[in-house]
Design a protein around this ligand. Sequence first.
Ligand code: BES
Ligand code: ZN
Length: 457
Amino acid sequence: MKDVLQQIETGADRHLAELKEFLRIPSVSSNSSHRKDMERCAEWVKGQFEGIGLERSEIIPTAGHPLVYGEWLGASGKPTLLIYGHYDVQPVDPLDLWESGPFEPSIRDGRIYARGSTDDKGQVLIHIKAVEAHLKAHGKLPVNVKFLIEGEEEVGSDNLDAFIAENGERLRADAVVVSDTAMFDRDLPTITYGLRGIVFFQIDLEGPNSDLHSGSFGGAVANPGGVLARILAAMKDDNGRVTIPGFYDDVAPLSDREREIYRSLPFDEDRYKKELGVEALSGEEGFSTLERVWARPTFEINGLLSGFTGEGAKTVLPARAMAKVSMRLVPDQDPDQIATLFEQHLRALCPPTVQLRLTRMQGGKPCLVPIEHPAVQAGARALEKGFGRAPVFIREGGSIPVVATFSDLLKIPTVLLGFGLPNENAHAPNEHLDLSNFRRGIVSVAHFYDELSRTSL
Ligand code: BES
Ligand code: ZN
C-alpha cells in the first residue's frame, strides 16, 4: 500500500483540478434543458475510466440519461467489487442564495463549493482516483472492479432497475460499494447500514373553471387551496403519526440493541437545533430524533402551490392547488403497497367540491445491510486505516433506491462508505465538500480494495 498512498499524495493537486472539471458540468438530471450536459458529463466520466487505465469503458444509453460502465477484471481469483455512484445533480435554485456560482467550483476554508460536490461527484471521483492510484503504483488492482455510474439517481433511477435486471451476468460481483452518504460527524468515519425508501406523489386539485373574485364567490365555492391544506394537515395526527390506515403495519420495530447503539452515538440535540435554526424539534411521539429520522417512516410536504403569491394583496379564490408530497419508508414497508394505501386515504379525504388528480413519481425501497457481512467489516477496517479511528455504524434517513435492487436482483450486499458531512448542504444552496474528507476518502477506499482482496466473500 505504500506506493499507492504515495501516488495519492503526489496526485493531490491534479485530483483537485479534475474534481473542478467534473463539477463545472451542469448535469442536472431533472431538467430537459440539460440533456446535452448530461451526455457531456457521461463522456467526462468515460474519459476518466479510459485515462486511469480501465480495460473497458462504455456509455450505455437508456430511455433517460446514459449510464457509464467501466471494468478492470485482471485480478483472477480475487473478489469482484461493483462501484456504484451518480454523476447527476439536483437543480440549483434558489440561485441568489449561492455565494459562488453552483457550477463555478470555488475553494474556501478547505471546502470546495459547487452543486454535486458532496452529492455525488466528489464521492464518485474518490473511487476513480483510488483505482487510479493502485494502477499507477502497481499496474494492477487487488480486486476486480466494475464501475456503474448513473445519471438518474436524483430523479429516482427510473431506468436502472431494468438495466440491472437484464445485465445480471455483466454486473456479477461479490459486493457493491456506494459512496453517496454522509459521516455522522466531522472526523468520525461512518458506515451506513440502513436507508429509508420513498414514494413520491404530485396532488392536483381543481375547483371552479377559473380563478374567482373571493368577495363575490368566497363562502359559496370551495377553495382548492383550503381543501388541500385540510387534506394535508389530516395526514398526521397530534402525536406526529401518519394517519393513513395500514401505514405502520409492516414497519419493523427497532430492537433494543439498535436503540442502545443510537443512544451511544455522540448526538447533541441542542447543537442540531441551533444548526438548523429551530427552537424546537417535532416528530413521532415516543421516539428519539435519530430514531425518527433513521428508523421511522414519515409523510412530508415537499412543495405547495395555490393562488396569488406575488407582491401585495389580491382577493382571489384560486381555481386550483397543487402539492408535491412524499413518504419516507423503512423496512419492511413496500412502496407499491404504501402508494395504494395513500391513494385510498387521499380519495376518502377528498370532498366532491374539487377534482383530484394524482400522479405517482419516483420511488424506492428501504434497505438494511448486515453489519456482520465480511465486505462491511473490510470497509470498517479500511476506514480505520484512512481516518485513524474505528467507524461508527449508523442508518440514514435519505434514500438510494438501487441499494435494494442490488440486494433483490444481484443478491449482493452494499457497503455504504460515505465521505460527506451532514451539513454540507446537499440539495441546497452552497453545497460543498470538505477537502480533507475527499483526501481521506481516497486513502480509505484504496485501503478498502486492498482489504477486500484479503477477504473471502
Ligand atoms: N445522496 C443522497 C442519498 C442520501 C441522502 C443519503 C441523505 C444519506 C443521507 C441521494 O443522492 C439522494 O438524494 N437520494 C434521493 C432519492 C430520491 C430522489 C428517490 C433522496 O433521498 O431524496
Ligand atoms: Zn441527492
